[in-house]
Write a protein that binds this ligand. Structure first.
Ligand code: SF4
Length: 386
């Protein structure tokens, strides 16, 4: 499978890798963060055999393979495993979803089928290949954990059968049935492409949410504009999502999920191999954690011990589980420090802590965070929110 250059948008994919200081980086889109055991095995084996063995978890619940010598072979393997359903749309398949949807009993409904429908319909519309690789969709099952994580277009369930579609986190009154949500979301994305000039994100479009909603009002069958009296308004008003913490989650019926933190958001070879050996489906979360799902309760101790033995973080009180870091030196040419070597918990705070090698703060989590930024003469430490 050939590689290609993408001159306008440098956001990497698998077919258009990013050349970092430590080799090529391929970003594998994982809609909804959902991976079968076989799919994760393909990625982990590819990382070990073709890259430096590292797998990076991103804040959009995607995966990055680093230190690649042969991106073409990785693309071929991922395509064979069904992880590249569209060569033209691979970089725009950015879809967050509530990581525990359908498993822990929270939320109004299991939104995994909705994510699949959205992804399939997205790839079937040629024009949407023109979205930026940074454009982000989200599907929230109503618990409010991913709807406000910076998505350009988010569907949040307001009941078992209804959804609100938010634009850049704002409620502009767009409503649909749950089944109709993917079509409405993609209509919003196409309208964005119609209205934009050079903007890549809805947030960059002047008065974007209102203009998009106004443009959409009235087309046959589609959205209706709702008011404050709409069912589920309280769900739409909620702004504070809950980060899924590490540890055990009861799924009922004798099954459990183990939520594991990846130290600084990266997996090494041993950790990836241990996750592969569980044979369990995995869910990547936007908080750089992995849900090892659908485990029979009598396997939890054995699996937990094995994962813990590789350095994965399973204890809810572990302060390292709240620490993330960008690539830093030597992988990033812009870095002023080897932040991954320096990164550590910051005493006296319960907020997430993000270490950055320069002021760009790549990979910084949403919300209130302690920002530790390399200055060339040490680090600045501030509290910020976005
Ligand atoms: S924050 Fe700066 S140093 Fe870190 S990855 Fe981004 S550009 Fe590189």
């Amino acid at each position: 499978m050939p590689t290609r250059n993408h001159s306008e948008d440098s956001c990497p994919g698998v077919l258009a890798t990013h050349q970092a200081a430590d080799g090529a980086v391929a970003r594998v889109r994982v809609p909804g963060g959902q991976l079968t055991a076989a799919a994760f095995r393909t990625i982990a084996t590819g990382a070990a055999e073709l890259g430096d063995g590292t797998i990076e978890l991103t804040s959009r619940a995607n995966l990055q393979v680093r230190g690649l010598a042969d991106g073409v072979e990785l693309g071929t393997r991922l395509a064979s495993a069904g992880l590249l359903p569209s060569a033209t749309h691979e970089r725009v398949r950015n879809v967050l979803a509530s990581p525990l949807t359908g498993r822990d009993g929270a939320g109004f409904a299991d939104v995994r089928p909705l994510v699949e429908a959205l992804d399939e319909a997205l790839c079937a519309r040629p024009r949407l290949a023109g979205l930026s690789g940074r454009f982000l969709f989200a599907v929230d099952d109503g618990r409010g954990d991913v709807a406000w994580l910076g998505a350009d277009i988010a569907a949040v369930l307001t009941s078992e059968n209804t959804a609100a579609v938010l634009l850049d986190g704002e409620d502009a009154g767009l409503r649909s049935t749950v089944d109709g949500a993917p079509a409405l979301m993609l209509a919003c994305a196409e309208t964005f492409l119609t209205l934009r000039e050079h903007e890549w994100r809805v947030a960059e479009l002047a008065d974007g949410p209102r203009r998009l909603a106004a443009h959409l009002a009235g087309p046959p069958g589609a959205p209706r504009r709702g008011g404050a009296e709409d069912d589920g308004q309280a769900a739409v008003d909620r702004r504070e999502g809950t980060r899924q913490g590490v540890g055990l989650v009861d799924q009922g019926a004798g099954l459990v999920s183990l939520v594991a933190g990846a130290p600084l958001g990266w997996l090494d070879r041993r950790q990836a191999a241990a996750l592969t050996a569980t044979g369990a489906p995995l869910v990547i979360t936007p908080w750089r954690r992995l849900v090892v799902a659908d485990l029979p309760a009598d396997r939890v101790e054995e699996v937990g011990d094995r994962l813990r033995g590789t350095g994965l973080l399973l204890d809810p009180g572990d302060p390292l589980a709240r620490v993330t870091a960008c690539t830093g030196r030597p992988g990033c040419a812009k870095a002023l420090a080897d932040v991954r070597a320096d990164a550590a918990p910051v005493p006296g705070t319960t907020l997430p802590v993000h270490w950055s090698g320069c002021a760009r703060r790549c990979g910084r989590p949403r919300g209130a965070v302690v920002d530790v930024v390399a200055t060339g003469h040490g680090y600045s430490v501030t509290e910020g929110d976005r």
